[in-house]
Ligand binder design. Sequence first.
Ligand code: PGA
Length: 277
Amino acid sequence: MSMRIAIVRNGKELGERAFLEIKKVLAAKRDAVIGFATGNTPIPLYEKMADDHKKNGTSYKRVRAFNLDEYVGVDPNDKASFARFMRDNLFSKIDIDPANTDIPNGMADDLSAECERYAAAVKKHPADIQILGIGENGHIAFNEPYTKPEEPTHIALLTESTRAANAGAFKDPSLVPQYALTMGINEILTAKRILMLATGEKKAQAVYDMIMGRDDTSCPATALRRHPDVTVILDKEAAALLTFGEWEREAERRAAEEAADAAEAEIKDEEAEDAEK
Ligand code: PGA
């Protein structure tokens, strides 16, 4: 596991710290592919990007953007849609070419065909960096607990807790769609780098589960443990359950377990060799 964890004091610091990761990618590659996320958490990052573009002229002209997910049945011009969220919060404030931005089309007549189209587009242009949030139930994108990681972009049934958490953008909680199109877990992991952001005490349990909990699909975010380059940026509230002494002990325990497994595998190899002789 190679997760770097940074704990910041407030939204402004989160935006600045997260922007460093974006800047690093852009400095190395002007035509980087960036995977974007919607939700309240990345807003300070998008504000920082817009502000930096205005002040320093950082250009996104050659950047290609993908988004993780979109509601089924919500028009891209509707304020509740993720397409509109991206335009309002970021794309209209930087010089990205709208033709280079892609998001699943939740209004498509044939949603399965749209999932296939999106999966192919993402495969063709793997993200240099993927921005991610986490749900209170540990979801990443709309991959709710127990989603199979190997499922590519698919139609997801949203849990009641996710619909409740996202109700703010809708006039009435009952109007939150039941379904969304979402990139799959292993597709998300194809990004070269992952930037996971979480803020607020409501995320503390999910953050704990992602880093220290049981490694299974009950917390989809545990999949990030299988990615070689993850930066996690948390505020104190989201990090509240991570006791670092305990975290280090856990890391040590895992390292010891891995060493034991490796030793066992070596013994087995030797036994097999001896048997051959
Ligand atoms: P939030 O959403 O940033 O609005 O909390 C994150 C998520 O559900 O993935």
